[in-house]
Design a protein around this ligand. Structure first.
Ligand code: AGP
Length: 616
């Protein structure tokens, strides 16, 4: 939610800030703005709508500053409009701030500041921050400190008053060519190279400039100039931090000739899956993870596994549950992070908790992880983003290595998460000796064959396109499946909703006649997934029930269906049923994509959404 950018160097900042915002626009696109220092005065250019609008504002090209801060907004407090756009300044225009996160006690702080003579011009929670900094700066004005230290001290004092989450950047004409940053529970990275430093909400936004990063931790502060970065804790003690070298290349964060990031990411899946497998899985060898070292003694004490996540990551967890229960015989519960964190789940040191988050910044998932840790459980994070917040909280992290996922709709991250669950299940099972070796070796072979099978699937997508072209004007659709196919139905339905704005429902096929079948009427599109041989006959009966009531059917299957009266059949390659979602989800991703394109929508940045949900 919201993206922040900062730059200090030798070049003009205006276009560098805009380029950074464009790379972060997937995080929010309700409004955008930049603040630079022009002739000793803070200049703010902001407007509602997309980042590109800033380019058209009068005077943009004349901005000369070689440093500045910038923001692209996903509105929380206050509607998307110019007044509520960031950057925000204090009343005296001594401090300008951009903020990603939510200040929960902003009303209280606003009242306090109003009582102290401050006026507010926006409905945002953020506006309290520059004014609080100003308030504290005035308090310590006469102390025997440098101006920079006075402003740093005021920033630290202000953040101590904030309840909630924040990643902030502060500039002031009193300390030209300097940006002060701070974070708590919202992401912030500093990319560094000779003669310039950059700030951003995520690493891919800066890959075109550098691969050397400092990852700011909670309650840390940094004072950044073009040649120097000083780190401080809340006691204003100065210390050094290690640079992290990031291996992702800049091209991975570009469209590379694809019309949209989502399509590119769908087509990247054979490769991203190869990266996820890496050296963790080989035939006739035990699976291993560099970052995991769980003993048989420990795993034997585990009596329950929780998999906790949100959205698509939670759907990957549903497939993971199936794999772990089958291979390891450990009861596994999947929970939505926002529910888990508030319902006092039964957890102790015999519970292993696995948290899945592509971004590693999802507020509910992080809070759910902290809760499990406080109850004594061991925690594993599955994430795609190196050094993301969740990876710093968990006892262990396993990375999906799927490469940057830019489209809001998650595709390659899902398939990589499922692959990782399969390898994790194998790893646990090999340690525990809970499955026979031939079962495990056969599954390994099937996992290794996945990339070529996805390539096969992607060779001809014309039938999915045809179905999309025919049904894109529909108002409702249904997705059906049994067992693991039901988990894919949930994912297909979510994908369709989020990028095509078509209402859809996913049901376990057998559940349909307990109510929802009342909604089936003439011409409605019903999409079914049939990959489990043991359940195929039962699922076919359920599809017949909707055909009888006039539904138009699309069936995604790896089975030989001798007789059928389905309208469309998409044949997909066969694989072990435990991992069949990795193949059956691909036509569903494409279906959502083509429908969204047919409707002329912005596939990568659907309305009301943001890539990482860093608020509750
Ligand atoms: C997926 O298409 C969605 N955009 C969304 O459900 C997403 O998976 C969810 O917000 C979780 O994000 P995370 O994996 O970054 O934690």
């Amino acid at each position: 939610m919201c993206g922040i950018i900062g730059y200090v160097g030798n070049e003009k900042a205006n276009n560098i800030l805009i380029d950074g915002l464009l790379a972060l626009e997937y995080r929010g696109y309700d409004s955008a703005g930049i603040a630079t220092l022009e002739n000793g005065i803070i200049s703010v250019m902001k407007d509602k709508g997309r980042v590109k609008n800033i380019l058209d504002l009068d005077g943009f090209d004349d901005l000369e500053s070689t440093y500045g801060i910038a923001h692209t907004r996903w509105a929380t407090h206050g509607k998307p409009c110019k007044e509520n756009s960031h950057p925000h300044c204090d009343n005296s225009k001594t401090f300008s701030v951009v903020h990603n996160g939510i200040i929960e006690n902003y009303n209280e702080l606003r009242n306090f500041l109003t009582d102290n003579g401050y006026t507010f011009y926006s409905e945002t929670d953020t506006e309290v921050i520059p004014n609080l900094i100003h308030y504290y700066y005035n308090q310590n004005k006469n102390e025997n400190l440098s101006v920079e230290d006075k402003i740093l001290k005021a920033t630290i004092s202000a953040t101590k008053d904030l309840k909630g989450s924040y990643a902030i950047e502060v500039i002031s004409p009193l300390i030209p060519n300097t940006i002060i940053v701070a974070r708590k529970d919202s992401p912030l990275v500093i990319g560094t190279k000779e003669g310039a430093n950059h700030v951003a909400s995520d690493i891919p936004a800066l890959l075109r400039y550098t691969r050397d990063f400092y990852l700011l931790d909670d309650n840390e502060f940094a004072v950044i100039t073009k040649d120097d970065i000083k780190f401080y804790n809340q006691n204003m003690e100065n210390y050094k931090k290690d640079i992290k070298n990031i291996e992702w290349d800049a091209a991975a964060a570009e469209k590379n000739g694809f019309e949209d990031f989502m399509l590119k990411e769908i087509y990247e899946q054979p490769n991203s899956i190869r990266e996820t497998i890496g050296s963790r899985l080989k035939l006739n060898e035990k699976c291993s993870f560099d970052s995991l070292n769980l003993s048989k003694e420990y795993l034997s004490t585990i009596n329950k596994i929780y998999i906790v996540a949100c959205g698509t990551a939670m759907h990957a967890g549903l497939v993971g549950k199936n794999i772990i229960e089958k291979l390891c015989n450990i009861p596994t519960i999947v929970d939505i992070a926002s529910e888990f964190r508030y319902r006092d789940p039964i957890i102790d040191e015999k519970t292993l908790c696995i948290y899945v988050s592509q971004s590693g910044e999802t507020a509910d998932t992080i809070a759910a992880l902290k809760l499990a840790k406080s109850k004594g459980a061991k925690t594993i994070a599955i994430s795609n983003v190196i050094g993301s917040s969740i990876t710093r909280e968990a006892d262990y992290t396993v990375y999906t290595h799927a490469g940057p996922e830019i489209a809001v709709a998650s595709t390659k991250a899902y398939t990589s998460q499922v692959v990782l669950f399969a390898i994790l299940g194998l790893y646990f099972a090999e340690i525990l000796g809970s499955s026979d070796i031939s079962t495990l070796e056969n599954l390994k072979k099937d996992i290794l064959d996945l990339p070529s099978k996805i390539n096969e699937l992607l060779e001809d997508t014309s039938l999915i396109k045809e179905f999309a072209d025919k049904f894109y004007k529909e108002k409702d659709m249904f997705f059906l499946g049994r067992g693991v196919d039901y988990t894919v139905a949930l994912e297909g339905s979510l994908k369709l909703k989020e990028i095509s704005y078509i209402h859809s429902e996913a049901y376990a096929s057998g559940e349909l006649k307990h109510g929802p079948i009342a909604l089936i009427e003439d011409g409605i599109a019903v999409i079914s997934i049939l990959t489990d041989e043991d359940l195929v006959k039962k699922s076919i009966s359920n599809i017949q029930e909707v055909i009888t009531r006039g539904a138009k059917t699309l069936v995604i299957t790896n089975q030989n269906l001798d007789y059928n009266n389905f309208d469309y059949i998409i044949n997909i390659p066969s694989t072990n049923p435990l991992i069949s979602p990795i193949l059956s989800v691909v036509p569903l991703q494409l279906l959502a994509y083509y429908i969204s394109k047919d409707k002329g929508l912005d596939v990568d940045k659907p309305r009301n959404l943001a890539k990482s949900v860093t608020v509750e």
